[in-house]
Design a protein around this ligand. Structure first.
Ligand code: SF4
Length: 214
């Protein structure tokens, strides 16, 4: 049985026209993804610790699918153009609210743009650790957890990679959404809140009982 917090998020996402799959374990997530992907389809993904930890990245890079790999491309911009027209785009979300919203921040905007428009289907995989009450909490989660840890992962020379939290939280419990550093390597640049969707089921959210990523 899912806990109350997950249940609230699942119901609110469905009410906002997202498809939602509840998956208890990482193996369940991988099985759900296998079931939705036809052989030979074009897939791509945003950079995501969750996709690595869940085993989904390994699956979608397999020989059954045509994976558009921007990380190993000679010309990543050409790959980004291809991603706009791909069949499935996989990503996690920096936060999911109990009101049924996905909240994301990008440094380069490739991920938030693919979530908002382009790929036929978007599949968002999140552990229960990313569920928050509302968008205010979501942006605080990004400043306290997601962005600092991603900066460490990506070796970005930003204040948060040393402080462990956004510089905007120094002496301020309530910074504005875009408050932060002036580092050239800042990863918090383009902010996207995905609320009620027009096209029912374009975005599928797989929510896991396990904690995944950050
Ligand atoms: S604005 Fe800068 S310091 Fe704050 S979380 Fe983003 S990258 Fe880190």
């Amino acid at each position: 049985m899912m806990n109350e917090r997950i249940e609230r998020a699942v119901n609110a996402l469905k009410a906002n026209n997202f498809s939602v799959i509840y998956a208890k374990t990482k193996a369940d997530i991988v099985n759900e993804v296998k079931a939705m992907l036809p052989e030979g389809c074009t897939v791509s993904s945003g950079g995501s610790q969750t996709l690595i930890e869940s085993g989904v990245l390994e699956l979608i890079k397999g020989e059954k699918y045509n994976y558009l790999d921007r990380f190993n491309a000679e010309n990543p911009l050409e790959i980004f153009k291809g991603i706009i027209g791909c069949n499935f785009y996989f990503t996690s979300s920096n936060a999911v609210t109990e009101k049924g919203e996905l909240v994301n921040v990008d440094g380069f905007a490739n991920r938030v743009s693919a979530i908002a428009f382009g790929p036929e289907k978007v599949v968002v995989i999140v552990g229960k650790n990313k569920i928050v009450e509302n968008t205010k909490e979501a942006f605080l989660r990004i400043k306290r957890i997601a962005a600092p840890k991603n900066c460490v992962r990506l070796s970005c020379n930003t204040p948060c990679s040393k402080l462990g939290h956004c510089v905007s939280l120094l002496n301020n419990d309530n910074p504005d959404m875009t408050d932060g550093c002036a580092s050239p390597q800042r990863i918090c640049r383009s902010y996207l809140v995905s609320g009620r969707q027009k096209e029912e089921g374009r975005i599928t959210v797989i929510i896991s009982e396990e904690d995944l990523g950050y």
